[in-house]
Write a protein that binds this ligand. Sequence first.
Ligand code: EPU
Length: 430
Amino acid sequence: MEKFVISGGRKLSGVVNISGAKNAAVAILPATVLAGGVCVMENIPEISDVVSILDILSNMGAKIRYLRQSVVEIDTTHLHSPQVPYELARKMRASCYFLGSLLGRYHRAQVAMPGGCNFGVRPIDQHIKGLEMLGANVRLEHGIVEASATGLKGTSIYLDVVSVGATVNILLASVLAEGTTVIENAAKEPHIVDLANFLNTMGADVRGAGTDVIKVYGVKSLHGCTYSIIPDQIEAGTFMAATAAAGGRVTLKNVIPKHLECITAKLTEMGVGITEYDDSILVERNGPLNHVNIKTMPHPGFPTDMQPQMAVLLSLAEGTSIITESVWDNRFRYVEELKRMGAQIQVDGKIAVVEGVGKLLAAPVKATDLRAGAAMIIAGLVAHGTTAIEDIVYIERGYEFVDQKFQMLGADVRRVAVEPKQGSELANAV
Ligand code: EPU
């Protein structure tokens, strides 16, 4: 086991390359099952969630080899079992995407549900509703979801809540279904559009992704292809927030500025300088930070996955800011850690009131989930003294070479070995 040790107080400067998007990769890699052929996937981030998905694919018989760094070839021609066992499913939430892709190709799927949960109840009722409306029989027994169908038929599906996961699963199950599927109140996140583009590159006919009505015209078969995954919106946002917090001047390369608009708008309101180029963005902060209010919303609203990082920044701003979390029930667990560093944040249900305190002080803290861990890194970068962050396995699920990337920007971030804790059980649900 390792921890990050950060000596805070250094400004950031230089250039950082943003990796491929985690939440696109964990939806697109399970979709390769539908190809029944060879896919070459580019811009794949080296993070533990991707390793987990590749393990699942390999366990079902896919042939996988890295052609070079961040480029992986996946051959799903011959798969021997449409199953995801618990030992593999428990490692990550996105394992449930194999329900849609296996059902789409084989008309049957058996996927163990991931255990643990980090920020409130994480139901899959909308996934199941969608698959059932396509004609599948879905049963949940002994922690295993079993889905089967004699044939899948397109239909109109209205999602009761805007759900990224349900939109992904329905897309995966419907591309090879007979007839037309309409997903209404669909999620509009950039990774949904990326998945639709990947499916279309494999020969599917998906239209309207990025709007709240997606139409899927079923096709008879799909084929392998070469595809490059979009840059990670949240990794980029995290480096933007880190630069704004620590001060300095950083260029982020390999980004899609359009995907960052919701974050750019808030940072600009706070007084951070942002200049957009075609596929890069310059972030500069020298002066004081203004307080702002933030309400998380499905895309194109402010992303919940940037909420903890922004809480650090708002702790450094002048005045009082209010954060309203409207996606997850319990995404303020990190606040207790941040308070240990001197933050003054009052949480009442889904609302946090953040008093700007101007500075933070180093303390031993832990990552309570992936984005909470990113927030602790930012806090460590600005804090006076040396901060140690434990449970960094969470951070490694979604941030590629994060310590090295911050080192390249001039930060003093070190990875240090720690003795494993007795009885420590890290929940694994992102
Ligand atoms: N919901 C339901 N029923 C469902 C599905 C969702 O009620 O069947 C509710 C959830 O309880 C939640 C809301 O709908 O209140 C949104 O959930 P969604 O399904 O959109 O979330 P998800 O697919 O489980 C993905 C990301 C999360 C991100 C959310 C929201 C992946 C692998 N995960 O989760 O990312 O927070 O969308 O944008 O794509 C992260 O990267 O740190 C992370 C947690």
